[in-house]
Design a binder for this molecule. Structure first.
Ligand code: AFP
Length: 353
C-alpha cells in the first residue's frame, strides 16, 4: 500500500491511500469540493443593495431562515412522533388547523418576536395581526405552512413570507397603513420549500436567489443564483376538479392548453407548484370558483410574495386582469384569483379572460 496525491483544485492536493477504491475517490472529491456561499454570508455581502441598509432586514431574513430550520426538523420527524394530523381547531378562514401549522406558526412568531426587527406580524393562522414591538421597523405577512393537507401524505409543503417597511414612526402604535400595504411596497419576500430537499428562495428587489439546505452543516447554501423564470412553458397547474364552476373564459383557456398538448401538473401546494414553474416554466391558476367566488388564495401572505418573486424572475402575476402587486388590500385575509408564472403564458391566459 502506498500513498498517491489526488489533485483537488489549483493549490490543493489530497493524499489518498491505494489500493484506490471508488469510495476513497468519492470521499476525497467530496472533501475537496467547495461548500459554496452560505445564506448568512450572501445576505451580508449583498446588504448594501437593500433600500434600508441598516442590517435589520438582514437579521430578519436570518431569523426567518433559523425558524425554517426548526420547522424543517419537525416536518422531517412528522412520521415518527405524534405531530401529524389535525389539531381539532380552525384557522382564520375556518379551515382545519394541522398540528404542524400551529407549530410552524409558533416557531416563526417566536423567531420574529425575539429578533426585534418586526413590529407586526400578519399570519394565516391568526384572525388579527400581532403587535410585536413598537421599536421594530418591519411588518411581516406569513403563511407559516402552506399546503397543509399534504403534510400527512409526505408531499412538499412550504412557508411563504412578505416583508414591508413600516410607515408610521418607530415607537408609535401600529397604524392600519403599516399593515394594509400594496404588494408593490414589499421590501423582501420569499418562500421555503420543504420538498425532496429544503430550499429557501428570496428576493429583496434585486433578482431572485435560491439556497438549498445542507442538513449536515445546518446551513442554507447558495444553489440557484439569479433565478429566471422561462418566458414560455408547457406546464399548467390548476385544480381541474373544480372545472364545472370555472367561468367560460377559464374553461376555454384550459381547452387551449389541451389543444396545445400542454402538460398538467398540480401538487396542491402552491409553493411547490410555483417553484417547479419558476425552474421549468409554466402557469399556476387558482381562479374564482362557485365555492370561492373571489378565488381561494390570500393576497397578503400567499399571492403578494409569489407575485413579487415572479416579477423579479421575469414572470408575471395577475388576478386575471390586474397586476397582483397593485391590488390594495382592504382586509388581512383578503382572497384573490391568482394567475402566476411564465410571462407569455400568463398573458395568453389573460387574453381569454
Ligand atoms: P391548504 O394549506 O389548505 O392545503 O391549501 C393549500 C393552498 O392554499 C395552496 O397551497 C394550493 O395550491 C391550494 O390551496 C389548493 O387548493 P385546492 O385543494 O382547492 O386545489
Amino acid at each position: 500500500m502506498h500513498s498517491v496525491r489526488l489533485k483537488a483544485g489549483p493549490n490543493l492536493t489530497i493524499p489518498v491511500q491505494t489500493p484506490f477504491s471508488m469510495t476513497n475517490f468519492m470521499e476525497a472529491s467530496r472533501i475537496a469540493l467547495p461548500i459554496g456561499t452560505a445564506l448568512d454570508r450572501f445576505i451580508k455581502n449583498n446588504q448594501d443593495q437593500f433600500q434600508y441598509a441598516t442590517g435589520e432586514l438582514s437579521q430578519l431574513l436570518r431569523d426567518i431562515a433559523l425558524a425554517s430550520k426548526v420547522v424543517n426538523r419537525e416536518i422531517n420527524k412528522a412520521g415518527l412522533i405524534d405531530i401529524m394530523g389535525a389539531m381539532g381547531s380552525q384557522n382564520s378562514g375556518g379551515e382545519q388547523q394541522q398540528k404542524l401549522d400551529v407549530l410552524a406558526n409558533i416557531r416563526f412568531t417566536r423567531a420574529l418576536t425575539k429578533g426585534g426587527e418586526a413590529c407586526a406580524l400578519i399570519s394565516e393562522e391568526s384572525e388579527s395581526y400581532l403587535d410585536l414591538n413598537n421599536q421594530g421597523n418591519y411588518v411581516i405577512a406569513i403563511d407559516p405552512l402552506d399546503g397543509s393537507s399534504n403534510i400527512d401524505v409526505n408531499v412538499s409543503i412550504g412557508t411563504i413570507f412578505s416583508v414591508y417597511h413600516r410607515k408610521s414612526e418607530v415607537g408609535q402604535p401600529i397604524q392600519e397603513a403599516d399593515i394594509l400595504q400594496y404588494g408593490s411596497e414589499q421590501v423582501a419576500a420569499g418562500y421555503i420549500l420543504y420538498g425532496s430537499s429544503t430550499m429557501l428562495v428570496y428576493t429583496t428587489g434585486h433578482g431572485v436567489n435560491g439556497f438549498t439546505y445542507e442538513s449536515t452543516l445546518g446551513e442554507y447554501v447558495l444553489s440557484h443564483l439569479n433565478m429566471r423564470m422561462p418566458e414560455d412553458g408547457v406546464i399548467y397547474s390548476i385544480n381541474e376538479g373544480s372545472a364545472n364552476s370555472f367561468s367560460p373564459a377559464v374553461k376555454s383557456y384550459l381547452e387551449f392548453c389541451k389543444d396545445e398538448n400542454y402538460t398538467a401538473r398540480y401538487i396542491g401546494s402552491l409553493v411547490a407548484d410555483f417553484h417547479r414553474n419558476l425552474l421549468k416554466g409554466g402557469i399556476y391558476i387558482y381562479p374564482a370558483t362557485a365555492k370561492n367566488p373571489n378565488g381561494k388564495l390570500r393576497l397578503m401572505y400567499e399571492c403578494n410574495a409569489l407575485a413579487y418573486l415572479a416579477e423579479q424572475a421575469g414572470g408575471k402575476a395577475t388576478d386575471g386582469k390586474n397586476r397582483i402587486l397593485d391590488i390594495k388590500p382592504k382586509d388581512l385575509h383578503q382572497r384573490t384569483a391568482f394567475y402566476v408564472g411564465s410571462k407569455n403564458m400568463v398573458e395568453k391566459a389573460e387574453s381569454f379572460i
